[in-house]
Design a protein around this ligand. Structure first.
Ligand code: ATP
Length: 344
């Protein structure tokens, strides 16, 4: 099976070819090709209009590159028969103008090759790529991305949101802080670098039950820098506070569900300190922890193609007339068709 995946919910115009003899598990014959053209704002954060302009310019080229790659894999260079079995695309959540471009491209390619279309939830793809590559059965999943932050567990055919941010996404909170101090987007890697040289500076720690809030931390961090606290100390305080909150809620979710596996997803998941805190917590609980490679943590079309392959194998395709985008597509709206009934 060979699936074309297209991602473009915010900054990454990305296309992928995922080839596998068995989409249910990792095999030695799996092959993943990912081509990404990233939008980097000249100043400030992600601007929806500029991001959509970038998507409009970059998506045709990355998709064409992926199709050429698929032709090569199929051994059909120069021939126009379908080198793929289906086209999977990110239907949401994300920026509406970007999603519309991705959906249009996906429909066009599906029609060109007369293959089915698969509509993928971007957040479920963030967690399924980790579940797929870890081989874990029924993990708790922490999605720590730019625009979102969720802790999820699978029950009765859906990924249930056990806890989530009450305000801004975790990466967005970090990026807003770095914007305030004049650093270019994305701020996450810069905070990680500066935190290494900083002393811990206390910031508000806000966990309510299984939910968490980042907007107070962001405001307090901005204020601290304005008041003269060294920026490295504030970066260290942000990392320790935010990641301790995410670790606490992940532990609570493991305890509540009785699960002994945790997977990490999303661009903030690339942070080494977050991975270490989650790993140590899991070790203490005798649970297993898995974080995918960075290219599968940040937004990428590989995760769309991988989940697309599972959905396609389960017959979960979508008619073109039903393939509208959903910029607020929640993970718990997705009926999980690709896991057997025995997997609870
Ligand atoms: P979503 O997946 O919710 O749509 P997104 O589109 O913003 O989010 P992601 O690629 O998942 O995309 O995450 C991007 C975020 O990850 C940015 O906010 C960025 O600052 C953050 N980030 C990247 N690297 C690191 C890092 N090393 N430490 C902390 N944050 C990071």
């Amino acid at each position: 099976m060979r699936i074309l995946g297209i991602e473009g919910t915010a900054w990454a115009a990305s296309a992928s070819v995922f080839e596998t003899p068995d989409p249910a598990q990792v095999t030695d014959d799996d092959h993943v090709f990912i081509e990404t053209d990233a939008y980097a704002p000249d100043s400030g954060g992600i601007h929806p209009r500029e991001a959509a302009e970038h998507m409009g310019e970059a998506i045709p080229a990355v998709v064409e590159t992926a199709i050429e790659h698929a032709h090569g894999r199929a051994g059909r260079d120069g021939d126009d028969s379908a080198p793929i079995d289906a086209v999977a695309f990110a239907r949401g959540p994300g920026l509406g103008p970007c999603l519309r471009i991705v959906a249009t491209a996906a429909r066009a390619v599906a029609q060109r090759f007369d293959v089915p279309l698969v509509g993928v939830n971007h957040m479920v793809a963030h967690l399924e790529v980790g579940r797929h590559r870890s081989g874990f059965d029924s993990p708790v999943c922490l999605n720590a991305s730019g625009a979102n932050a969720h802790i999820l567990g699978y029950r009765n055919g859906r990924y249930r949101v056990l806890g989530e941010t009450m305000d801004t996404g975790v990466g967005n909170a970090i990026d807003k802080f770095t914007r305030h101090i004049g650093w270019s987007h994305p701020g996450g890697p810069k905070v990680e670098q500066h935190a290494r040289d900083g002393e811990y500076h206390e910031l508000p720690y806000v966990v309510k039950g299984m939910d968490f809030s980042f907007s107070g931390i962001m405001s307090a961090a901005k204020q601290a820098v304005d008041d003269g606290v060294p920026v490295d100390d504030v970066c260290r305080g942000m990392e320790e506070t935010i990641f301790a909150m995410l670790t606490e809620v992940s532990e609570r979710a493991l305890s509540l569900t009785g699960a002994d596996e945790l997977v990490l997803g999303g661009g903030v998941g690339q942070n080494d300190r977050l991975q270490r805190m989650l790993g140590e917590m899991c070790e203490q609980r005798k649970a297993e922890f898995y974080a995918p490679e960075n290219r599968f943590l940040r937004d990428n079309a590989g995760m769309i193609a991988m989940l697309g392959a599972k959905m396609y194998a389960a017959g979960d395709t979508i008619a073109i007339e039903d393939s509208r985008i959903d910029s607020n597509f929640r993970p718990d709206e997705v009926a999980v068709t690709w896991r057997g009934p025995e997997e609870s």
